[in-house]
Design a protein around this ligand. Structure first.
Ligand code: KIV
Length: 279
């Protein structure tokens, strides 16, 4: 498994791709098997996002996710995806208290999981924190627009930058993060014209999720794009497969064939004859 010929991206490649106008893709993964599948695909970047709170742990949101949970999942992803650039999220409460706290947890995440960078949410107000983390040698990816960790104070999961002031603030935030040393920035849930302006204002790649086509990279949560959630589908998500339906169908076929005796046929049985135990 995890037998891929692709060349792992480096932090320097992000800027190079932007300069060359080369697009790339970025999805979440939270466990060994899913990571090994992504590793085998052409996808360049994996996020061990705090969305694992929803997708893997059944929490209501991302704020309850802990450092231990992210570390546990990121280690498994690293084992499954040795050829893919891996981003690990700093969870809510692990970097906002002080620069010292942010440094402590960024170092811990980077060192214990062997991820390729850490990601944290926030705009101008996080610039000093990002600068401090980058200065000690840990690459940082920013995240602005809809920031799920603080969605409550944004009034919920809503499109951001929907007014001229809001749009200008996003451009300012992105530029502040780039200046602080972030090598790329996730931009979540913003109108496509605003995303275009942010993308043009920055020389580091803008990684858009729900941000339209004029960004440098498209990002999706893997459970969304593979349709594993059933009824829940944000507007910006396209289902590229229907795994939930296919898995339920497979389980029901297993159930029916097991009850009817069709499974396991001789093909799936050990058929050696044992004296006194013939069938
Ligand atoms: O945790 C996550 O999945 C994210 C994406 C929404 C970018 O941060």
């Amino acid at each position: 498994m995890a037998d891929s010929k692709k060349k792992k991206m480096t932090v320097l490649d992000f800027k190079k791709y932007k300069e060359e106008g080369k697009k790339f893709t970025y999805v979440t993964a939270y466990d060994y098997t899913m990571a090994s599948i992504v590793n085998e695909s052409k996808t360049e970047v994996i996020l061990v996002g705090d969305s694992l709170g929803n997708t893997m742990l059944g929490y209501d949101g991302t704020t309850a996710v802990t450092m231990e949970e992210i570390i546990h999942h990121a280690k498994a992803v690293r084992r499954g995806a040795p050829d893919t650039f891996i981003v690990a999220d700093l969870p809510f409460g692990s970097y906002q208290e002080s620069i010292e706290q942010a440094l402590h947890n960024a170092i811990r995440l980077y060192k214990e999981t062997a991820c390729d960078c850490v990601k944290l949410e926030g705009g101008v107000e996080m610039a000093e924190t990002i600068k401090a983390i980058v200065n000690i040698g840990v690459p940082v990816m920013g995240h602005i627009g809809l920031t799920p960790q603080t969605a409550g104070s944004l009034g919920g999961f809503k499109v951001q930058g929907g007014t001229p002031e809001g749009a200008r603030k996003l451009v300012e935030d992105a530029k502040a993060l780039e200046e602080a040393g972030a090598f790329s920035i996730v931009l979540e849930c913003v109108p496509k014209g605003v995303a275009k302006a942010v993308t043009e204002a920055c020389s580091v790649p803008i990684l858009g999720i729900g941000a339209g086509p004029y960004v440098d990279c498209q990002v999706l949560v893997i459970h969304d794009m593979l349709d594993m959630f059933g009824d829940f589908k944000p507007k910006f998500v396209k289902h590229f497969a229907h795994l939930r339906r296919d898995m339920v169908n497979a389980l029901n076929t297993f159930h029916e064939e097991s009850l009817s005796g069709e499974f396991p046929s001789p093909e799936y049985s050990f058929n050696a004859k044992v004296e006194g135990f013939e069938v």
